[in-house]
Design a protein around this ligand. Structure first.
Ligand code: GLV
Ligand code: GLV
Length: 321
């Protein structure tokens, strides 16, 4: 067995076991993402690469891997970090990890939604600052969710899971995106399709669940924010660059919209400093899929993809048709 598998960052043991059964495994054990130079050096001679969300797998990385490369398995559902044509053009396949992180990410979106609408981060900061406070009827009021409209941008697996949760909180569902969902799902969620501009204009909460593509980069820019209600809340658990982060900081400061809950950022791990000064934004460090169960399942699915391809079979979850 001389298939060489390079894993760019530590993965849970069950995934490693699957990989070890499929080839000779080298795990990069540094405690940060590889630099582009390190990444190119690490993948030299690899037949399989297990990549993390911040590894840019571009044409140079594919070239550095060499002609033996057969599979790049991204441990993420999003694969905007991978130049898919460059990989497939070299005769290798790209796989991702759909499905296994849907619930965890939808849970996190609801968490941010509740934090932002009920001012939970602000309340926590108040107590931790040991500020005086007392209960009164006007104290730290947020907004309720019942009968409010949740506008979902991208009603795929995660968007639908968020819609189901939001329905349990009494919210109405609207959605936009490249594709309409099938009738059965639209009926189950009582989800109304709206063009983007109308969704922005009419939603109380806008939650992003689209992939990052050239079409969605800065989809939420200053003009989109200006179209939203002054009372609106923006939730982003998709990809940072879908939102113009500086425009968002300005909009939140000036009251163009009311609040935001963000799990992802334009230049991770950096966060636009203007955002961190504001009380009406909740920020967490890309935790969408961060449960023990989910991260293990993601790594296992990536490993099963590598094992399938290197074993001469079909990938389990290929991307890009
Ligand atoms: C994580 O961000 C993912 O795309 O799975
Ligand atoms: C508030 O604490 C209440 O009991 O309603």
């Amino acid at each position: 067995m001389d298939e060489r598998i390079v894993v760019t960052r530590a993965v849970p043991e069950p995934a490693l076991e699957l990989l070890r059964a499929a080839g000779e495994v080298r795990v990069c054990e540094q405690d940060r993402p590889l630099t582009p130079d390190e990444l190119r050096a690490a993948v030299a001679g690899a037949h399989g690469i297990v990549a993390m969300v911040h590894d840019r797998i571009d044409a140079e990385v594919v070239r550095a891997a060499g002609p033996g490369l057969r599979v790049v398995a991204n441990v993420a559902v999003g694969y905007d970090n991978i130049d898919v044509p460059a990989v497939t053009g070299a005769g290798a396949v790209v796989t991702n990890t759909p499905g296994v992180l849907t619930d965890a990410t939808a849970d996190l979106a609801m968490g941010l939604l509740l934090m932002a609408t009920r001012r939970l981060g602000e309340g926590e900061r108040l107590l931790r600052a040991r500020q005086p406070w007392n209960f009164h009827l006007g104290f730290m009021l947020g907004t309720g969710l019942r009968d409010k409209t949740l506008g979902i941008v991208g009603l795929g697996g995660i968007g639908q899971a968020v819609a189901r949760r939001a329905r349990a909180f009494g919210m109405r569902i609207a959605y936009t995106g490249r594709n309409r969902v099938d009738e059965r799902i639209a009926a189950e969620l009582d989800a109304r399709y709206l063009p983007m501009d109308e969704l922005l204009r009419t939603s109380d909460v806008v939650s992003l669940h689209c992939p990052l593509t050239e079409r969605t980069r800065h989809l939420v820019d200053a003009a989109a924010l200006a179209a939203m209600k002054p009372s609106a809340v923006l939730i982003n658990t998709a990809r940072g660059p879908v939102v113009d982060e500086r425009a968002l900081a300005t909009a939140l400061r000036e009251g163009t919209i009311a609040a935001a809950g963000l799990d992802v950022f334009e230049n991770e791990p950096e966060v636009e400093p203007g955002l961190l000064e504001l009380d009406n934004v909740v920020v967490v460090p890309h935790l969408g899929s961060a449960t023990t169960e989910t991260r293990t399942a993601m790594a296992e699915l990536a490993a099963r993809n590598v094992a399938a391809v290197l074993g001469g079979g079909e990938p389990v979850t290929p991307v890009g048709g």
